[in-house]
Design a protein around this ligand. Structure first.
Ligand SMILES: NC(=O)C1=CN([C@@H]2O[C@H](COP(=O)(O)OP(=O)(O)OC[C@H]3O[C@@H](n4cnc5c(N)ncnc54)[C@H](OP(=O)(O)O)[C@@H]3O)[C@@H](O)[C@H]2O)C=CC1
Ligand SMILES: O=C(O)CCC(=O)C(=O)O
Length: 425
């Protein structure tokens, strides 16, 4: 039997599938498992009717995809963004399966989202969307079925609206269904910074194995949201020089290094949480895309998928790329960057600090016993460093790129679970 390969017009899904098929072929995965693992167990599409503040009604589309539950309950964020669609959610759920597997945590892959533009919505409108979305996906989520978390444009408030709605529907508190909650309401110390801390840790481990000092290494960060800010903060605190950061208002560049704490304070005080208007001595404002083309040691794409693609890959000057976002480099760009000798730490290794941190929160919620931030960070750093080295060493041993090595390690664990449990999960 030969496998009929799935393709997609959605770039992110097509990328995820191509990377999976390539790794599956290289490791000689049997056809039946390739068929099973190239499809999602469940794709839920819901409509979300909401009354806006002006009294009009709008219906938004929402999605929750469970790619695989072979290793445990689904795990993955919920995104609020105008481009959200079922294919994008499937691609991200697919990547969550490999991310959780690679991280060695007991979860499968899930992802969800609502197609909406948060910049156009009031907080009350966002709350109505979040609560109706939660109510409509209620039959499909649970601490032992599928555990959502924050992603682009969602965070603590959305997780509380989700948790509160489902707790009311079930008549009991359900804290372990959602992670990324505020610390005061069954959240965990450390979770907010976890993804960025993990990205920065991978960058520092990479520099270390290559014998390059972190001190004065130059860094550029695309996206100054949850992942980008904390990655920039940790690296600048470790002595690296973060010379460029960006959000949708443009690229902010300073050759002597940006003051990341000051930039974070500016964003947190900005009414729309933007870098717009940020000032410091020596600052230059550059066009949006320029952050990707700065001549730096390390580039961290921490915004959205497809940022580095066939059209712009040739202009990238960084020596290393550590992928903070999910899917920021398309396969075509990957080939161009490889030819230029640019080394890439793949997304589902580099940004796995978020889901590892969510796992810690879930454990604490189930136990009703909470850890200190030191305990949380100590465990997170140990896992991130071990995982980085496992993938790095495997890629060296096999003379393959880190992305391929990470896929092979991750697919093996899921395939073993399917073999042990039987195919009808
Ligand atoms: N949060 C988490 O724990 C995890 C997130 N990720 C992934 O990391 C990425 C970022 O997520 P997160 O930080 O949570 O999201 P946020 O919404 O907090 O931040 C996203 C940032 O990207 C910026 N951005 C969007 N488009 C562009 C663009 N074209 N150029 C420059 N900046 C842009 C946004 O700018 P603005 O604010 O101006 O819109 C914002 O600063 C996503 O791919 C997500 O899936 C992965 C693992 C875990
Ligand atoms: O924290 C989580 O559970 C998932 C985070 C996520 O969506 C991701 O890693 O892409």
């Amino acid at each position: 039997m030969s496998v009929e390969k799935r393709t997609s017009t959605n770039v992110l899904l097509d990328t995820a599938l191509k990377n999976f098929y390539g790794a599956a072929a290289e490791m000689g995965l049997e056809d039946g498992l390739v068929e099973i693992l190239s499809r999602s167990e469940r794709k839920v599409c819901v409509s979300i009717p909401v009354e806006l503040d002006d009294g009009t009604i709008r219906v938004f589309d929402g999605f929750r995809v469970l790619h695989s539950s072979a290793l445990g309950p689904g795990k993955g964020g919920v995104r609020f963004h105008p481009d959200v669609c079922v294919d994008e959610c499937e691609a991200l759920a697919f990547m969550m399966t490999w991310k959780c597997s690679l991280a060695g945590i007991p979860y499968g892959g899930g992802k969800g989202g609502v197609s909406c533009d948060p910049l156009e919505l009031s907080p009350r409108e966002k709350e109505r969307i979040a609560r109706t979305f939660a109510a409509r996906i209620e039959p499909f989520v649970g601490a032992w079925t599928d555990v959502p978390a924050p992603d682009v444009n969602t965070g603590g408030p959305e997780m509380i609206w989700f948790m509160d709605t489902i707790s009311k529907m079930r008549g009991r508190l359900e804290p372990a269904i959602f992670t990324g909650k505020p610390i005061s309401l069954w959240g965990s110390k450390g979770r907010t910074a976890a993804t960025g801390l993990g990205v920065a840790t991978c960058a520092m481990e990479l520099l270390k194995v290559l014998g390059k000092p972190v001190k004065d290494a130059t860094v550029a960060v695309q996206g100054f949201g949850n992942v980008g800010t904390y990655a920039a903060k940790v690296l600048s605190e470790a002595g690296a020089k973060v010379v460029g950061v960006s959000d949708i208002t443009g690229t902010y560049f300073c050759k002597d290094g940006l003051d990341i704490a000051k930039a974070m304070a500016h964003v947190s005080n900005h009414p729309k949480k933007l870098l717009e208007g940020y000032q410091q001595a020596g600052l230059e404002k550059l066009p949006l895309a320029d952050v990707l083309f700065l001549d730096v040691d390390v580039l961290l794409p921490c915004a959205l998928e497809g940022a580095i693609n066939a059209k712009n890959a040739d202009m990238v000057k960084a020596t290393f790329i550590v992928e903070g976002a999910n899917g920021p480099v398309t396969p075509e760009a990957d080939a161009v960057l490889d030819a230029k000798g640019i080394l890439i730490v793949p997304d589902f290794l580099a940004n796995s600090g978020g889901v590892v941190g969510s796992y810690f929160e879930w454990c604490q919620d189930l136990a009703g016993f909470f850890w200190t931030e030191e305990e949380y960070n100590e465990r997170l750093l140990r896992i991130m460093r071990d995982n980085f080295h496992r993938v790095w060493e495997y890629s060296q041993e096999k003379s393959i790129k880190m992305r391929r090595a990470a896929f092979m390690v991750a697919i093996k664990r899921v395939a073993d679970a399917v073999r042990m449990r039987g195919i009808f999960l």
